[in-house]
Design a protein around this ligand. Structure first.
Ligand code: ADP
Length: 298
């Protein structure tokens, strides 16, 4: 029987500068990037679905068309009348990228607005993937609706993977972010944090501090990514370390962590072994950072 990898979060319209000075429209978002790469990495025995909310306007329909064309299942996506999708624009100033966002009223913020629909959707999944960004964009009162639905799916046998993907500016304040992320960890089986973000937010001195803090929430597996540096995997008390091969020319680190997560999870779901999964994650991330853009075809 086909299994389902379900990623939950926000996909946005991306306007990126092209060489001719015009902007090129695309679609991106951390959880969407992971779903997109997971679709490539997983075999035909897995269906990859995206759960979000969009509007009922033309640009929302175009986003869903993009997901369909990427072979990502869209059957769970909610349509919220009178809302639309979020948008961000990338500006280049002397090679430095800066981002402007229009997402405060995006439809995706309502994805957990109906607890019954949420539970029914999550019940279709064998693996559920979400991130700190998924949680940050929700109204505070709906964050626990999401955690409760995830906890119920987990109790019914789903595996839960969570990347804290800490973005302090998306949160009301740092304490709220730290508390919500630890609450999300408490309903998860596999944590995929990035060390630099965690050190900034929690004051962790090293990757082992990060892993032990999350395993204190009863998370069985914690993979601490660390850019070009040594990663640490903590699996039910056992530590493994893994250093990615050096990348000769880093062009654009967008989606490094998202693509790592996809290839790691796809490999781990296949083999149940951490070592090949760490290598697969690092290998895909290395290819992604060697090219411009979040979604790399080859
Ligand atoms: P994020 O993009 O979430 O901040 P990281 O920067 O930790 O995550 O990177 C995710 C993964 O991408 C790393 O675990 C590593 O495999 C790969 N990676 C990132 N930067 C480099 C680099 N400079 N050289 C080699 N691999 C890298």
């Amino acid at each position: 029987m086909t299994k389902r990898f379900l990623s939950i979060g926000e996909c946005m319209v991306e306007m990126a500068p092209a060489a001719d000075g015009n902007f090129r429209m695309g679609f991106a978002g951390d959880t969407l990037n992971t779903a997109w790469y997971a679709r490539r990495e997983l075999g035909k025995d897995w269906d990859v679905a995206y759960f979000t909310a969009v509007g009922d306007d033309a640009i929302s329909a175009r986003m869903v068309d993009f997901l369909d064309a990427s072979a990502i299942a869209t059957d769970l996506i909610r349509r919220i009348p009178d809302r639309t999708v979020g948008l961000y624009l990338i500006q280049l100033d002397n090679g430095e990228r800066s981002f402007a966002y229009w997402r405060s009223e995006s439809a995706a913020r309502r994805l957990a607005g109906d607890a019954d629909i949420l539970k029914a959707n999550l019940a279709t999944a064998d693996l559920i993937y979400f991130s700190g960004i998924t949680v940050a964009i929700l109204p505070p009162s709906e964050r626990h609706t999401l955690f409760a639905a995830i906890a119920e799916a987990r109790a019914n046998g789903a595996t839960i993977a969570f990347d804290p993907n800490l973005r302090p500016r998306l949160w009301e304040d740092a304490d709220t972010m730290r508390k919500a992320v630890m609450d999300a960890a408490a309903v998860s089986d596999i944590l995929l944090p990035s060390f630099e973000d965690e050190a900034n937010a929690f004051g962790d001195q090293n990757t082992e501090d990060t892993a032990r803090r999350y395993s204190g929430q009863s998370v069985p597996i914690v993979i601490v990514k660390n850019g070009a540096g040594e990663m640490l995997a903590l699996d039910r008390g056992n530590i493994q370390r893994f250093t990615p091969d050096p990348v000769a020319r880093v062009v654009d680190t967008t989606a490094a962590g998202d693509s790592f997560n996809a290839a790691f999870l796809a490999s781990y779901l296949r083999s149940g072994e951490l070592s090949p999964a760490l290598a697969a994650g690092a290998e895909l991330a290395a290819r992604v950072i060697g090219q411009r853009g979040a979604l790399i075809d080859s």
